[in-house]
Write a protein that binds this ligand. Structure first.
Ligand code: KMH
Ligand code: ZN
Length: 290
């Protein structure tokens, strides 16, 4: 089994300081949380950014500022900027997070429209095609976020057609051959209105990924650690962080993203799975540091 890659989703677009005062908004707070996660054992930081008052933004200027500041504190960390942003943002607005210099190694690509609590998270086929085209052009490896069972089938079908990066060696209409990119999936289970965070659902998804793919499990809310446990023993990877869950245990707010990562590190140690550092994660994911 490969070493365990831990991703910290340190901020998200929805959670607030009213829910947990340690949720980061400012650049300094974002760096503090990224560093706490990396110091605890995270190889990857999944990044959303905020204005100082907490408003979510996809502005490449803010992403640039946060990225540079995080890399100063954690020079090796893999950053995965969000292209999901917040519900209601336009596709162009969402993609702006990929306009940083250098171009990010990876970015999220959300694999279909779904409920998101009482709202709708809009990811139409044209939107996904546009995001796939951009990532092919820029050489960004997508992290395919699946919130629903059907999202997996949708995105693999698009990869087979060469509409998004994938491992199938597709040719474009002009005859150019697409690079072979093994797919990295993030199964985000337990969002209100979407597929629930059960071991059964996780197994169903993992059994259907194309050969050579890698995957991560993200359990939302109280499922953060109950989904981490099967992912650790099944050979997958784990995402935790304030974006997904604010509590270290029932009734106890986490003081930092580092505390959440540390809990996964302790679980992995008990289960005998070593932790990958960022450069080991790059090897597993087929990335080259920019
Ligand atoms: N904020 C959610 C609506 C992503 O980062 O790609 C979407 C999200 C997914 O967080
Ligand atoms: Zn996100």
């Amino acid at each position: 089994m490969e070493k365990l890659i831990i991703t910290a989703a340190i901020c998200g677009a929805e959670v607030t300081k009213e829910q947990n005062p340690n949720v980061p908004y400012t650049v300094e707070e974002i760096v503090r949380e990224a560093k706490s996660a990396v110091d605890a054992g995270a190889a990857i930081v999944h990044l959303h950014v905020r204005e100082d008052d907490g408003t979510p933004t996809q502005s490449h200027v803010r992403f640039q500022e946060c990225t540079e500041a995080i890399l100063k504190a954690c020079p090796d960390v893999i950053l995965i900027p969000s292209t999901g942003g917040a519900v209601g943002m336009t596709p162009d607005e969402r993609l702006d997070s990929t306009n940083t210099t250098p171009v990010p190694e990876m970015a999220t690509l959300d694999c279909g429209t779904c409920n998101f609590g009482d709202e709708i998270f809009d990811n139409t086929m044209p939107t996904m095609r546009a995001f796939g085209k951009r990532m092919i052009e820029k050489g960004i490896k997508p992290e395919y976020e699946c919130f629903e069972m059907g999202h997996l089938d949708t995105i693999v079908t698009m990869a087979r057609k060469g509409e998004v990066p994938g491992p199938f060696g597709c040719s474009l209409p002009d005859g150019r051959k697409l690079p072979v990119v093994p797919m990295q999936f993030n199964f985000v289970l337990g969002v209100s209105g979407c597929t629930s965070a059960t071991v059964d659902n996780l197994c169903w998804l993992v059994n259907k990924i194309p050969a050579g793919s890698t995957w991560t499990a993200t359990g939302i809310g109280r499922h953060a650690f109950t989904l981490a446990a099967p992912a650790i023993v099944m050979g997958g990877n784990v995402r935790v962080g304030f974006e997904d869950n604010l509590y270290l245990e029932r009734g106890v707010l986490a003081k930092s993203n580092g505390e959440l990562v540390d809990k996964v590190v302790r679980m992995a140690k008990l289960l005998g799975r070593p932790i990958a550092d960022s450069n080991e994660a790059r090897e597993i994911l087929g990335l080259t540091k920019r």
